[in-house]
Design a protein. Sequence first.
Length: 312
Amino acid sequence: MGTIGELGEFGLIGRLTRGLPRGPQVELGPGDDAAVVAAPDGRVVATADLLAEGRHFRRDWSGPYDIGRKAAAQNLADVVAMGARPTALLVGLAVPTGLETAWAEELYRGLSDECALTGASIVGGDVVAAERITIAVTALGDLAGRPPLLRSGARPGDLVAVRGDLGLSSAGLALLLDGASAPAELIEAHRRPRPPYAAGEEARRAGATALLDVSDGLLQDLGHIAAASGVRVDVRSRQVPVPRILGSAPDALRHALTGGEDHSFAGTFPRDADLPPSWTVIGTVTEEAPRAPGVTVDGRPHGPGGWDHFRR
């Protein structure tokens, strides 16, 4: 099938967008100056992420299909965390001209398959030549007339609960960095996260006061809720659902508390909330703390943890 340079910009665009599924919200897909996506609510939830080769993925660790799934998942999860339904993705792709066309096609297949889990569609984007691969994804969503679920609604007395796996991607990354190839479940969790997309609707029905996608580590992300809400959050370590495959070593809890990129969900709920069994209560919102909001573990402040692009 040759390289992207041999195919050319418009040949590549045609190859990547040919046959893309179109959801009911898409009035006009790829092929014009811009796409047209219905916004019945009158508002659009929008989020964007960048994935840079060598920073977010390595081609010797992950194939293009898994990279596509991961790129879509981290954006779709952000839309779901707002209590919205994902509708569309816009994809910007910077690639070397010598890259095989088949690599880009597999990337788009991964993007499209992840979108299918939520009913979203790829509606456009851009391609450009570059020395290294960068993928820029913008996701749109619809609130269906309902208020968004924010980080700023947590109140003293609320329960803190999580939905989804914690620490698997972090443990998988550690294995890859050590040159290991097993356990395969952990390696795959890093290559392709599996957000529980039903979490947004579940949280809304349970009366969530705050919600977010856990992308940079549970404690760090709960810190965002604490800061936005002006409260303190206390996590009880014994209640954190450490995946069995991580074992009982001290590192297992560390991965669950500070590991990112599983794209699970964390939220706060009224004390009397009727939470589905898929959610696990791990702590409480303890007090208003407008001057010093933050997160404690078993009543004690935690040290640095979680991911920060400009600290590493």
